[in-house]
Write a protein that binds this ligand. Structure first.
Ligand SMILES: NC(=O)c1ccc[n+]([C@@H]2O[C@H](COP(=O)([O-])OP(=O)(O)OC[C@H]3O[C@@H](n4cnc5c(N)ncnc54)[C@H](O)[C@@H]3O)[C@@H](O)[C@H]2O)c1
Ligand SMILES: O=P(O)(O)OC[C@@H](O)[C@@H](O)[C@H](O)[C@H](O)CO
Length: 455
């Protein structure tokens, strides 16, 4: 017997007026920012118009269910199903006229983003990568009246439309795992604006705030098992429920001149300086995730929970944390509690977080998650396997061990990692940091960690 499909008439409040735009309707956005907005006490005033990052698939899946979906919160002992109603509209990335229409609305206050680390299209200096063919095509589109396709290009088109409509402030809120993500986004946006329309740079300076956020909620991809669980719990058909863990954290630094939902009443924290929190999360959580993603599949493990149950993987994670902790400016007791909580989260048997998913795009992630700890340890005179093991595991992964390689820079990084192992280690270290590849002791420690992993 087929179940009734989720609908606003039967399952949720009416759609709220759109005051937030979002780019990238992935699972994390739907477990995190859309959930905080849904749970805020003023949710009825704050609707989100969500645009996909690239393909139309999720817009097509959510249209028949009025933008509703189920958040399936998986605790160690059972599931809770919550219908999330904060998406007032869901559009495909290609719907450029709808995109511009929202920017021309006086009601618009916020633009949030989850476009992955690779979606910012940054050059090494942090500016937008003007040499990237997709950005070059967007510069041509933006100067010639066409529709851009990259996230930075779409933002520039929206900002120009808002300026031309004579409208005022808006806050951009990046929610990807990038350090200082507000500054990173500002550098990308202003450098692209400068390449397209110098006068827009001044308008952005006067009208656009860039918030910086630390985001955390482990959110795997959806499977048929999640669809079946929602059917059993709610008696509703949901083509695209989102599985997530009970834990959630959102730490935000920024100005909101046009207002924002009362996210703090849904559990978010507004702080003056987000940096220690993002450093803690990127190094301890994301760093250990990447270590497990490259190392544990070599031992035959498929998920984070499988890996952390293996004493060898647990010891590697503890060693990584021991290396990272001295460089995080938070009280020791707080960091110890964070480590203990992470182990509990990783052990949640009902979250099947695939190591192969976490392994994607190491070229974008390793410099953020692991390099700061490696450099800080080397500067402190400690060159050892604890901090170098994630890089050693990535090197082996790029050489064909463990999970398959999916990386925006796959061709170049697999070429660097090929051939003689010592020479490959020098090249991969040099890619992460020019000085590291020339350090004989670092290369030796990396090779020792690689030998240990391959054993
Ligand atoms: N899943 C998590 O546990 C988690 C937790 C914290 C932060 N994040 C952040 O959220 C991001 C998305 O994770 P997810 O789990 O939702 O992944 P997902 O695969 O479900 O979704 C990825 C989203 O990014 C968009 N995207 C990918 N490449 C893009 C590009 N080049 N330009 C524009 N959009 C692009 C896709 O269209 C999609 O909407 C991560 O990369 C990370 O920065 C994820
Ligand atoms: O989402 P990514 O691809 O940036 O990284 C994979 C995981 O490390 C990440 O999603 C964590 O689960 C998340 O950052 C927890 O909040």
């Amino acid at each position: 017997m087929s179940l009734p499909v989720l609908s606003r008439a039967a399952d949720a409040r009416p759609a709220a007026p759109v005051r937030i735009l979002h780019v990238g309707v992935g699972n994390f956005f739907r477990a995190h920012q859309a959930w905080y907005t849904d749970q805020a006490p003023d949710a009825a005033d704050w609707g989100i118009a969500a645009f996909t990052g690239r393909s139309a698939a999720i817009a097509d899946a959510l249209a028949p269910q009025d933008g509703l979906y189920t958040l399936l919160t998986r605790g160690a002992d059972g599931d809770e199903a919550t219908v999330i109603a904060s998406l007032s509209a869901v559009h495909a990335a290609a719907d450029h006229s709808a995109w511009l229409g929202y920017w021309r609305s006086p009601a618009l206050a916020l633009v949030t983003l989850t476009i992955t680390e690779a979606g910012y299209l940054r050059a090494v200096d942090g500016a937008v990568d003007l040499a990237d063919a997709r950005i070059a095509a967007d510069v041509a589109a933006l100067t010639g009246g066409g529709a851009p396709t990259t996230a930075p290009g779409r933002l520039i088109a929206g900002l120009a439309a808002r300026r031309d409509a004579g409208l005022g402030p808006v806050t951009l809120v990046p929610c990807d795992n990038l350090p200082s993500n507000g500054r990173a986004l500002r550098d990308v946006v202003t450098s692209l604006a400068a390449a397209v329309d110098g006068t827009l740079v001044d308008w952005i300076g006067e009208n656009v705030s860039f918030a910086t956020t630390m985001v955390d909620r482990i959110t795997p991809a959806t499977t048929d098992e999640h669809r079946a669980a929602v059917g059993a719990l709610l008696g509703r058909a949901d083509a695209s429920p989102v599985p997530t863990e009970p834990f959630s954290e959102w730490i935000i630094q920024g100005d909101f001149p046009a207002g924002r939902p009362a996210w703090e009443q849904a559990g978010a924290r507004l702080v003056a300086d987000v940096e220690p929190f993002e450093h803690r999360k990127l190094a301890l959580l994301n760093g250990s995730h990447s270590l497990l993603a490259y190392a544990a599949p070599i031992l035959g493990h498929e998920t984070v929970a499988d890996a952390i149950a293996d004493p060898r993987c647990l010891a590697w994670v503890e060693e990584w944390w021991d290396a990272a902790v001295p460089h995080i400016a938070l009280p020791a007791a707080e960091l110890a509690a964070y480590r203990a909580a992470l182990l509990e989260r990783y052990r949640n048997p009902r979250i099947r977080h695939l190591l192969a998913q976490i392994a994607y795009d190491g070229s974008q992630k390793l410099p953020i998650r692991t390099l700061p700890t490696v450099l800080a340890e080397v500067a402190a005179g400690r060159v050892g396997p604890g901090s170098l093991r994630p890089v050693a595991a990535w090197l082996l992964h790029l050489r064909g061990a463990g999970a398959p390689v999916h990386d925006v820079a796959a061709d170049s990084v697999t070429a660097l990692a090929a051939g003689d192992l010592r020479e490959a280690a020098v090249r991969v270290l040099g890619l992460l940091d020019e000085g590291l590849g020339g350090r004989e002791d670092v290369v030796e420690a990396l090779l020792a960690a690689a030998a240990d992993l391959a054993r």
